[in-house]
Design a protein around this ligand. Structure first.
Ligand code: RB5
Length: 142
């Protein structure tokens, strides 16, 4: 599994914690920024991560902004992206099972680290169910 990471300033601390967590579990990842808590524009990083998935540098992305909405909206402008804003494990599981989400987006200002770890674990360990869901996912592109 090739994982790409992105965030804005609101998500920087959690992205850094997540890098250590993913390394401890043996995952490889690429970091598309940002690189500090200095104020930045979330689309710059959401687009970088989305491009990396469309170019097959990565097959899964994980990203943060304060609410999750801005960076999620940015990524979802890309035709090859299905970014899911997830704030609990149930939503994360459904995003993989039913939506074949390829980016997990989380609201950094509204989750604690324990919640984030659980959401990431579920997202990375759940496979797309296919079947009737494939037909629906195939209709998302415009
Ligand atoms: C930054 O203050 C904040 O607007 C951003 O992190 C995000 O919540 C936008 O959707």
């Amino acid at each position: 599994m090739k994982i790409g990471l992105a965030c804005d300033h609101a998500g920087f601390k959690y992205k850094e914690k997540l890098k250590k967590y993913l390394s401890s579990k043996g995952y490889n990842f690429l970091d598309y920024g940002c690189d500090s808590e200095e104020s930045v524009d979330y689309p710059d990083f959401g687009h970088k991560l989305a491009n990396s998935i469309e170019n097959n540098e990565n097959n899964i992305g994980i990203q943060f902004c304060g609410t999750g909405n801005g960076i999620n909206m940015s990524a979802n402008k890309h035709q090859g992206i299905r970014a899911a804003l997830c704030w609990n494990t149930y939503i994360a599981e459904q995003a993989r099972l039913h939506n074949n989400a390829n980016i997990l987006t989380m609201p950094a200002r509204h989750l604690n680290w324990n919640e984030i770890k659980k959401i990431v674990d579920v997202f990375l360990n759940t496979e797309f169910e296919g079947g009737r869901h494939k037909k629906r996912v195939d209709k998302i592109k415009i």
